[in-house]
Design a protein. Sequence first.
Length: 486
Amino acid sequence: ILVLLLGSGDTRGPPGFKYGIVLDAGSSHTAMFVYKWPADKENDTGVVSEHTMCDVEGPGISSYSSNPLAAGTSLEHCLNQALRDVPKEKHTGTPLYLGATAGMRLLNIADPQASDAVLRAAAATLKMYPFDFRGAKILSGEEEGVFGWVTTNYLLENFIKRGWLGEWIQPQKKTLGAMDFGGASTQITFETMDTIENPRNEVMLKLYGQAYKVYTHSFLCYGRDQVLKRLLSKFLQAESYQETVSHPCWPMGYNKSLLMSSIYDSPCTLKERPSLALNTTVTLVGTGNGNLCALHVSKLFDFTNCSFSHCSFDGVFQPKVSGNFIAFSAFFYTVDFIQTVMGRPVHLPSDLKDAAETICATSWSKLLLKAPKLEKRLPDYCAVSTFVYLLTTKGYSFNNHSFPNIAFQKKGKPDSSSEDAMSLQAQLPPQAHLLSTGTPSCGDVQGLSLPRRRHFWFLKLKHCSKNLGSSQNSGWVFSSKKLSCS
Ligand SMILES: Nc1ccn([C@@H]2O[C@H](COP(=O)(O)OP(=O)(O)O)[C@@H](O)[C@H]2O)c(=O)n1
Ligand SMILES: [Ca+2]
């Protein structure tokens, strides 16, 4: 996701290794990645030889709105690890970034001052370290979508690869679409030849001299956690905010009491927020009714209004999906649950639908027997599987023909159980490369990324810095419209 703009000065470091640190501040959690690659003083090419990562303890930084300083403190454990992972003499020359996604986009809507305070606190912590701090920023949904797409294709060497003689070649391969299902938003991004009727969904990319027309959209409030909140809110509304309410997506035998405020603390549920006191509790009773669950889940989408020739949902233009796709994050977690816990293959949309119905009809005690370790998320697989089914079929319009082109893959673990994922994994380069186009021309991108890591990458844009607009003073390149130079 994270794009790193290095000025020419950065490429002239002493020979040896170079390092970079990236913090992915997601809605549900923050992860830190430390990258290492040999710095070649000649042309700055080399193979990434090592990286480490660290999971920040506790929730995502957006959860610290009432105690922003703690957001900063939460990062210290991982940053202390980074002090050990990067040799001391390299500390000052090691760029450090923090990129926040939809959790912070939501907080920025709900309470911009709190969101600023959280970002400031995070930045203040990062600045206490000797690294070269380059900024802490909230990525836009489009940036998040496009960076996920570029990373996916970069890892698969779809843009450029090393030939036998060490030369860079353009493989002329088709690119892979990317679908990310996070905690607070979901993104779909793919290359298309069709007209993109809404310019907001069009991103022209020029990578390694090749132009790509990419469709992208990020649906805020359609991440897994926000979807679950919106569903709760729908059930409460359906039963006029009584003290006890049935939850058709939760399994029979599962009940839970929740504080109303935990449902209505988000802009995603603001519309249904009751005027009564939010510090009361409501008890939800699982009824395991798959049909009713699906009816409510489908009401989370607006499939009717569309001012374009075709929409996915909520009036958002989308061309016909084309080519192969990779679906990660909660797409993977959901399908992986269906395959490994429920023991069902997912090849066609009907497999997903049947699996969702089976999960919804399975009682809480039976589910617990199947997967005792997954207790925390177990009650929600019925709703989430149903959601993924509706999103991919009715929303994105995958059908029997195109659905099998989706590989559900967790980038981060090579020992995936999915066959498709395995074959995809096998295509990943054994090690990622620090790419160089030799003599980059305007708009060419030099990048560094790592396989088996979730969309994290550095991009180095040479000769373009002057043209890339407003945010470059922070060291970031965020050009959501056109990433090219004129
Ligand atoms: N093993 C896991 C890990 C996360 N998740 C959930 O998957 C969703 C997306 O996770 P993520 O790490 O991509 O989310 P962000 O923090 O990036 O928004 C969240 O709701 C997580 O709670 C899951 O279902 N199973
Ligand atoms: Ca994420």
